[in-house]
Each structure stands twice: as structure tokens, then as C-alpha cells.
Design a protein around this ligand. Structure first.
Ligand SMILES: NC(=O)c1ccc[n+]([C@@H]2O[C@H](COP(=O)([O-])OP(=O)(O)OC[C@H]3O[C@@H](n4cnc5c(N)ncnc54)[C@H](OP(=O)(O)O)[C@@H]3O)[C@@H](O)[C@H]2O)c1
Length: 319
């Protein structure tokens, strides 16, 4: 079959022949409709992600919308390495049928980003019984903006969206979020930017898509003062690290606040739990709660797709 193929960790994928995926008994291969080029796809392919098994050559791609041999459109993913979803044919361990009204390419672009915020939101809501104030760091990106939409649709009392992109923040404000524009002058001002919002309503759930200096500024803003008992519990969930892979965690924050810091991603969230949530997430693409802007590239132009930047997600489709 034809596929996007990566031969070494540093190489750009090329459109090339690749062996067909190994067929499973009683399961016809799926035909690609569209596969999203997410950050994790690039990171896995270039061996920068902890989940990379570094076996080359490989086909990149984690998830996709595909067509079954009886004509149904399904969301699917998690193919067995070295096969990925950026190929004409896919063999995968799960399929979730798309409901009527869902744009297949928006689903391809948006399901991985949407799932990243959805999982900690529903986990927290189940544990605490409700969603109170949710702070989203990196809210202006695809994943963060879908997390804001998810929090609002799941009944959060208040959603605070922090990021640098003013236009993206204005769109989130229109949806009902309180917005914190992070100063373009850089990290030194971010703790001040965040402090006022945290003082007005202390978040009980923080979804962090960026880490690095944004996390450090948030730790400073969340730090307690005085010796009174702290009442509310803060659940801080690490999801992405585009602003930095490390962050300094002040000891005083852990002592002054009832705070739990954890992460959400492959390995810490079970595949079975994630797959169980997929129909509820896809339904929100069908009813218009979720959307994900995308730019389409045919598989033969995978090199251009790989270099794609900007506010839309690249989606690779068959030629
Ligand atoms: N764990 C999971 O399950 C999971 C799943 C999906 C995604 N993720 C991760 O989540 C992260 C965000 O993904 P995405 O899909 O939202 O990406 P995206 O659409 O490219 O958005 C990037 C976001 O990161 C922010 N950002 C980038 N560099 C920054 C910096 N130096 N300082 C401050 N903010 C910065 C951008 O903010 P501005 O608007 O201010 O530029 C924007 O909000 C990625 O690391 C991705 O791998 C994790």
C-alpha cells in the first residue's frame, strides 16, 4: 500500500510503499478517510515521546476517521507499530461509528485534542460530584479550547481560560469563559496575570496543556498565605508541555495548599477507559458543542503536512 513513511527519527516522512498491515481474523482492514497530525504524532515519530518504540521505518499516525468495508464511517486508532494511521489501509483494535452530522475531518482533527481535556474533567467530576471552577492553561490551542468547551458543557460553574493569543481568548469569552490574557512581555508578568483571577475564584481543577514557565507562574499564583486551614482541594492535572518540559515546584505550595498534582495521558489513563468515553466525545462534534478547524493535505504531500503550523490542525487524506 501507499503510506507516509519515516525512515529515521530526524527524517521528514515521505510518500512511499509500505507492507499492508497484518490482518486480524474476521476483521476487514479500514480505508483511511482522514488522520490528524497531532503534536504526539510528531513526537512519537521522532522518538521524543515516552511512548515511542523507536522501530524504523514506521508509518506515523495515532488515530483517524476511516471507512469500513460495509461503508460505515468510524473513528479508530492505536494501530500496532510500525503501522500508523497515515496510510491507505488500517488495522486497529477499536471502531466507534460517527453519528450523523459529524464532519469526519473535524473529528479526525479534534478527537485526540478533545479527549485530552475530557478525561480529567469527567474523572474529577465523578470524584468530586461536580465541576466547580476550572482553570485551563494553554486554553488558546486546539486541546485547550476544546477543554474549555468541554468544561462548560459538563456544567462547570466557572471556566477560566489563560493564554497569549488575544483572538482565541475572545472566542472563548464569547462561549462563556473568563479569560486571562498572558502578557506578551513574557513569564515574569504571568504570575501577576494569574493571581487576580485565582484570588477572585480559586480553581478546584487546573488543566495544564503547556507546563514550563506557565506552570511556575501558576504555582506562584496558587501559593497560600497565612496559617489558616486551607479549605478547598486543588486538583492540578499536567497534560501537555509545549512551553517547557520541566517546571520548578515550590515546597511552600505543597505545604500551604491542599493540592494534588498528577498527569493525564497514555500510560496514566487506561486505553479501555479512554475508548469507553469516545462515543460521548464524538457526539459533541455532531451536535456542534465541539469543533476543530483543520487544513487538508493529501498523503502524497505528507512533507508539507509535517511542516504545517498555525491555528488549524493538519489532516492527511488519501490521494
Ligand atoms: N496528554 C494527552 O492526552 C494529550 C492529548 C492531546 C494533546 N496533548 C498535549 O497538549 C499540548 C497542547 O496541544 P494542542 O493540541 O492544544 O496544541 P496547539 O493547538 O498547537 O496549541 C498550542 C498551545 O500551547 C501554547 N503555547 C505554545 N508554546 C507556548 C509557550 N512557549 N508559552 C506559553 N504557551 C505556549 C499556545 O498558546 P498561545 O496561544 O499563547 O500561543 C497554545 O495554547 C501539547 O503538548 C500536546 O502534545 C496532550
Amino acid at each position: 500500500m501507499r503510506a507516509a513513511v519515516i525512515n529515521t527519527p530526524d527524517a521528514t516522512p515521505v510518500w512511499a510503499d509500505f507492507p499492508d498491515p497484518q490482518q486480524q481474523p474476521n476483521q476487514a482492514p479500514l480505508k483511511l478517510v482522514g488522520a490528524g497530525l497531532h503534536h504526539v504524532v510528531r513526537a512519537l515519530a521522532s522518538a521524543r515521546h515516552y511512548g515511542s518504540d523507536q522501530a524504523y521505518p514506521l508509518v506515523p499516525g495515532l488515530d483517524a476517521v476511516a471507512r469500513t468495508d460495509d461503508g460505515r464511517l468510524v473513528y479508530t486508532g492505536l494501530p500496532q507499530s510500525p503501522w500508523g494511521t497515515m496510510a491507505e489501509w488500517l488495522v486497529t483494535p477499536f471502531e466507534v461509528e460517527l453519528p450523523a452530522g459529524a464532519d469526519p475531518l473535524a473529528v479526525a482533527a479534534g478527537m485526540n485534542p478533545a479527549t485530552s481535556g475530557w478525561m480529567p474533567l469527567i474523572t474529577h467530576r465523578k470524584e468530586m460530584g461536580e465541576l466547580d471552577t476550572v482553570l485551563v492553561l494553554g486554553a488558546t490551542g486546539t486541546s485547550g479550547s476544546l477543554a474549555v468547551r468541554a468544561a462548560l458543557s459538563l456544567g462547570a460553574q466557572r471556566v477560566i481560560a489563560a493564554g497569549r493569543d488575544r483572538q482565541a481568548l475572545a472566542r472563548l469569552h464569547d462561549l462563556g469563559a473568563v479569560t486571562i490574557p498572558l502578557s506578551v512581555s513574557g513569564p515574569d508578568a504571568w504570575a501577576t496575570d494569574l493571581s487576580a483571577a485565582v484570588a477572585a475564584a480559586q480553581p478546584t481543577l487546573v488543566l495544564d496543556f503547556v507546563w514550563g514557565p506557565v506552570a511556575e507562574a501558576t504555582f506562584a499564583a496558587l501559593g497560600g498565605a497565612g496559617t489558616d486551614d486551607d479549605s478547598a482541594m486543588i486538583d492540578y492535572v499536567q497534560i501537555g508541555s509545549l512551553a517547557g518540559t520541566d517546571a520548578v515546584l515550590p515546597a511552600a505550595l505543597l505545604r500551604s495548599r491542599r493540592i494534588r498534582i498528577s498527569g493525564s495521558g497514555t500510560g496514566s489513563v487506561s486505553k479501555a477507559r479512554m475508548i469507553a468515553e469516545l462515543p460521548g466525545i464524538i457526539a459533541r462534534f455532531a451536535d456542534g458543542t465541539f469543533d476543530a478547524p483543520y487544513t487538508v493535505y493529501p498523503l502524497s504531500r505528507i512533507g508539507e503536512a509535517w511542516a504545517h503550523q498555525g491555528r488549524t490542525r493538519a489532516v492527511v487524506v488519501p490521494d
